[in-house]
Design a binder for this molecule. Sequence first.
Ligand SMILES: Cc1cc2nc3c(=O)[nH]c(=O)nc-3n(C[C@H](O)[C@H](O)[C@H](O)COP(=O)(O)O)c2cc1C
Length: 226
Amino acid sequence: MDRRKFLATTLAAGTAVSATSTTAIAQDRKAVKIVGVSCSPRKGKTTAAALSICLEAAKAVDPGVTTEMIELAGRNIGVFDPANPKATQGGFADLIGVLSDPNVGGIVIGTPVYFGNMTSLCKAFLDHCMAFRQQKFALGNKVAGIVAVGAARNGGQELAIQSIHVALLCQEMVIIGDGRPTAHFGATLVNDGNDSISGDEFGISTAKNLGRRIAEVALKLARTGT
Ligand SMILES: Cc1cc2nc3c(=O)[nH]c(=O)nc-3n(C[C@H](O)[C@H](O)[C@H](O)COP(=O)(O)O)c2cc1C
């Protein structure tokens, strides 16, 4: 083969290879939606703010990631009654379709810390999630991460996170923590006493790392068709 022919063949092969890798990347890219659920009885306060930071970080991972924020405040979700679950579900009814949508790859649950645990609104929400278990585990294989905001640095954020993890394991969800470099149990933030988390640099980093990690894992699962 003369030099000109060799170069022509090699260049053509190179073009083919790069076309293949571009296609592979395009096929690899999937769209996933990450939904944040704020379980604070107070709309738009510190839990919602922490969740927003987390969702923004999720969105920044890939153009295929979209996000939605749901606030449970004012939705009138009552204590779960197994004898008549629908009687107290209130606005939870509207969330069943939203959360079980197959395009939803991840759910971030945010709760204020109330006496070392999740809020009663959060527990009511999780109990109403019995509906998903009964719908062939409609939340199964969706990725789940938790954001907890307290008034103290060690006010029980990790305990609240752990309690929520336990409930979500019963839904066959894939539990993740905040990604590296913080890499612990989820996002743990502190309200400075004036309903602001903006000065909590470390807490904000955990919220960002959680958002990035949930998007990365949800995309990986979407790409495997799980
Ligand atoms: C009933 C109640 C109990 C609380 N218990 C704790 C607690 O155990 N640990 C803590 O760090 N903060 C505690 N807090 C403070 C809240 O977690 C904190 O103010 C949080 O930022 C509120 O979230 P929000 O702004 O989304 O409503 C408590 C607040 C209330 C109203």
